[in-house]
Write a new protein. Structure first.
Length: 394
């Protein structure tokens, strides 16, 4: 069945290999958002919170996301940003293990996750420590001093993928809480938070889920834990009865206690429309197609573009849905490739990153992209001043 290119508005003449950073616009998104503006907000004004069900969206639409990560309905909620969800999950984990003082992560974690962890630790000022080890050292570093293991499932730079079942099992055997960042996994690889018994999972929706820039994050909480947690970010919409305006905080008896502020209605509408592109598609199908595309991409690049050194694991079972390469002039090379209609991106210090998203990429796209990459690298077309001046977003 894949790809389903007709479900996306893709610009002519572009091969888009950056859906791992920002997905393209799904068909129907513009119309869906316009309907919310023109048919709901316009005529109904503030009544839309009730008439059009705006207040229920963060849980209702989150259940559509949950299907892709093995989360039962009612165990996920949307809102805020991924960094806020990191803070919520980690602060809850530290409450759950009050006698422990170690937060364990790895050097492949996304920097914002580490920044949020360090900021929370500094703010608490209770002797907590953030320990960051190499990815392959994680399992051996888990012991009875660790309060929480906080990892990004798929490394944002290289695509290296953790064995989350094994790590979660080791964390639980040691009495630690497991926090899983699915920013580069949801909609890209098979994940089953229920089967793995993950305590918390967090992620964004603007990458492989195609919900658009600034789209809300999600948080999953293991159902048996939800009502045991007093959220550190006790926003009014996480209250059991927000419109009773009680002076004290009383958390909702559901996943809604992880809501903080007013939902971004237009962005959630865009996400809801984007989830329509997933109708009839299961993650095993996506994963199989992703591996097929990535194997072709790696084989052809290694045969035809020797200047690029593979940064991603060669074993597909250890790799997410992206392929990355080292090149000393990676930024300039990527700009030259983009200028010729193949869009990937760059991550410091020398990573050229290509997302392989089977919903809208096929083998012909891969072959055409490699022709352009080969030309740019063979003829050193990147060696021009205009390609070497870095923009704010790389």
């Amino acid at each position: 069945m894949l790809p389903v290119k007709q479900r996306f508005n893709l610009p002519d003449g572009i091969i888009y290999l950056d859906g791992n950073s920002l997905g393209p616009v799904p068909v129907g998104t513009s119309e869906r958002v316009s309907r919310v503006v023109n048919d709901q907000w316009g005529p109904n004004l503030i009544r839309s919170w009730n008439i059009d069900g705006w207040m229920a969206q963060p849980v209702d639409v989150a259940s559509r996301v949950g299907r892709l990560i093995g989360a039962p309905a009612g165990t996920c909620v949307l809102g805020d940003t991924l960094s806020i969800k990191v803070h919520q999950a980690l602060s809850a984990a530290l409450q759950m293990r009050r006698q422990r003082r170690l937060v364990l992560s790895d050097s492949g974690n996304f920097p914002s996750d580490l920044y949020m962890a360090q900021g929370l630790i500094d703010q608490l000022d209770q002797g907590y420590e953030l320990q960051v080890v190499e990815p392959e050292e994680i399992e051996n570093a888990i012991n009875d001093k660790v309060a929480a293991v906080m990892l990004t499932h798929v490394d944002y730079r290289t695509g290296r993928m953790h064995d989350m079942n094994a790590i979660t099992r080791k964390a639980h055997e040691s009495g630690a809480v497991m926090i899983l960042d699915l920013a580069h996994s949801a909609g890209a690889v098979e994940v089953d938070v229920t089967q793995d018994q993950c305590d918390f999972a967090i992620g964004c929706t603007y990458k492989y889920l195609n919900a658009g820039p600034g789209a809300p994050a999600f948080i999953y909480v293991r159902p048996d834990l939800t009502e045991t947690i007093d959220p550190a970010l006790s926003g009014w919409l996480g209250h059991a009865a927000p419109f009773e305006f009680e002076p004290g905080y009383r958390p909702a008896a559901s996943i809604e206690r992880f809501r903080v502020g007013t939902p971004a209605v237009l962005q959630v509408a865009a996400l809801d429309a984007a989830m329509d592109a997933w109708e009839g598609i299961d993650m095993p199908e996506v994963r199989a197609a992703s591996i097929e595309l990535s194997e072709l991409f790696i084989e052809e690049i290694q045969a035809r573009v020797p200047q690029l050194e593979l940064a991603s694991p060669r074993d597909a079972s250890l790799r997410g849905s992206q392929v990355s390469f080292h090149f000393s002039e990676g930024y300039a090379a990527m700009q030259a490739i983009i200028a010729r209609g193949v869009i990937g991106d760059f991550r410091a210090p020398d990573i050229m990153r290509f997302g392989l998203t089977p919903l809208f990429i096929d083998k012909d796209d891969i072959r055409a992209a490699i022709d352009i990459i080969e030309e740019v690298m063979r003829d050193k077309l990147w060696d021009k001043p205009e390609y070497k001046t870095k923009s704010k977003v790389t």
